[in-house]
Design a protein around this ligand. Structure first.
Ligand SMILES: CC(=O)N[C@H]1[C@@H](OP(=O)(O)OP(=O)(O)OC[C@H]2O[C@@H](n3ccc(=O)[nH]c3=O)[C@H](O)[C@@H]2O)O[C@H](CO)[C@@H](O)[C@@H]1O
Ligand SMILES: O=P([O-])([O-])O[C@@H]1[C@@H](O)[C@H](O)[C@@H](O)[C@H](O)[C@@H]1O
Length: 410
């Protein structure tokens, strides 16, 4: 892959010469966690171009940025190319996440959205565009060229391994590659994605890791789990094949000797997938151990009911928000060793890591926790502390502001 405009010597649209030092190596002028007395500021107006369809990980990152960036001087608004749940939720926040604009595309190649974004840039004097998906990268690249502003791209997951749909993965990876030729800088949500971008041809000076972050939400705990008692595992996700729900169902079937239930928190992406899962639950005979919650806006209230979070992802993760949310809530996380997840969870410290696509390995890890091979309270405390140290929402906003500053050269 050749990201032409990401080479530090080229600037195809005549923008200021792109960044020569990765943000992660810049001298740290303040508290990395986003705190400190005098908050660092950048007076800038940024328009995020987002899909806006669901409310899931990328949208949670976007909403936290919209809420936290103003503290660092940055106004962040949103233009949705697939206005759906997230777009609606922005409207309901009374401006607290920034303003939301509908630039809906009639189909994947409806480029009129780029003209609407250009008009928004002119009307609202945005300094920078910030895209989050291959589709929005395409719109940002065209709009940035029309409005003569720079744009950056936030990599939440590897486009080539984003879903089980091969054609859509290949198309998205191709669109992303073409669009990034004029991009000023990449933000990746994990070190693993940074290395992936460099492997695909991005110059290392032009890609910065900004780990995802979430607010501290430690809820009052209803119960502390004990060996021999009931363990309530929770899986929080937009349920789609790559999240690996089937794997945790199979693991549960192997753990019949223990009192374990699974709360499935989140909607199914499609009815067909939900029907497949229902059939698998029947085949395994574990219907009485599954509690279905569906989509909730109050994830912290759900976390308060859990003994541990389980996330059996198969592939394609960036740095899952639900892992960070569980840590922020003081919950051990049982996840799989995929992409960025091990950057947040060390096996045996903040949680446990199983091998992906391996029900036996996942069952082993769950067994280790419920039989007391690890001290639950110590693990929960380690998860909570690690969140505070490395994964707060304010730290994410501050690091993002620093990337904006480098791109805008202020
Ligand atoms: C396809 C894609 O782009 N995937 C990326 C997406 O995460 P992806 O959408 O796959 O999943 P995450 O776990 O990151 O986030 C899910 C979010 O939805 C929320 N939720 C879930 C269920 C529910 O009922 N209510 C609710 O609010 C969770 O609290 C969480 O904030 O962004 C993440 C963060 O950059 C990346 O790590 C993923 O690789
Ligand atoms: O490719 P695209 O239509 O812009 O974006 C799509 C998302 O809006 C959708 O929610 C997800 O399920 C697809 O995998 C794909 O990422």
């Amino acid at each position: 892959m050749n990201f032409n405009a990401l080479n530090p010597t080229s600037s195809s649209l005549g923008f200021p010469t792109p960044i020569v030092m990765p943000v992660s190596q810049s001298p740290d002028p303040g508290d990395e966690r986003g705190g400190g007395e005098a908050a660092e500021r950048l007076e800038a107006r940024v328009l995020h171009i987002v899909n806006g369809e669901h409310f899931s990980g990328a949208e949670r990152v976007q909403s936290h940025l919209g809420r936290c960036l103003p503290e660092f001087g940055v106004t962040a608004d949103f233009a949705s190319v697939k206005p759906g749940k997230f777009h609606q939720m922005i409207g309901e926040q009374d401006g607290q996440w920034g303003r939301g604009f509908d630039v809906g595309m009639k189909n994947r190649f409806d480029l009129r959205a780029a003209v609407r974004v250009r008009d928004l840039v002119r009307e609202n004097k945005y300094d920078l565009l910030h895209a989050h998906t291959p589709r929005t990268a395409m719109i940002a690249a065209i709009a940035a060229s029309l409005a003569r502003v720079p744009w950056i791209y936030h990599v939440h997951s590897p486009a080539a391994r984003d879903s089980e749909k091969r054609f859509s993965n290949e198309l998205n990876a191709w669109i992303e590659k073409q669009s990034l030729r004029t991009c000023q800088h990449l933000i990746t949500v994990s070190e693993s994605l940074r290395l992936d971008c460099i492997r695909r041809g991005c110059h290392e000076d032009n890609v910065s890791v900004v780990h995802n972050g979430v607010p501290a939400i430690r809820p009052p705990r209803e119960t502390v789990p004990i060996v021999g008692g009931r363990w309530v595992l929770g899986m929080v996700a937009l349920m789609r094949p790559r999240k690996g729900l089937e794997i945790v169902l199979e693991a549960l079937a192997k753990l019949q000797d223990h009192d374990i239930v699974l709360r499935c928190i989140g909607p199914f992406e499609t009815e067909a997938y939900e029907a497949e899962i229902n059939q698998r639950i029947d085949e395994l005979g574990i219907g009485d151990r599954i509690q279905r919650v569906g989509f909730t806006r109050d994830v912290p209230a759900e976390l308060a009911k859990l003994s541990a979070m389980v996330l059996p992802s198969l592939f394609g993760e960036g740095l899952p928000m639900v892992v960070l949310e569980a840590m922020a809530a003081g919950l051990p996380v049982i996840a799989t060793r995929v992409e960025g997840t091990p950057e947040a969870v060390t096996d045996g410290v903040e949680g446990l890591l199983a091998e992906p696509r391996d029900p036996e390995s996942l069952a082993d890890k769950i067994r280790q926790l419920v039989t007391g091979q690890y001290d639950w309270t110590e693990m929960a405390e380690a998860a909570f502390e690690r969140h505070g140290r490395d994964f707060s929402d304010r730290a994410m906003a501050k690091r993002t502001m620093r990337v904006y500053r480098k791109v805008l050269d202020r």
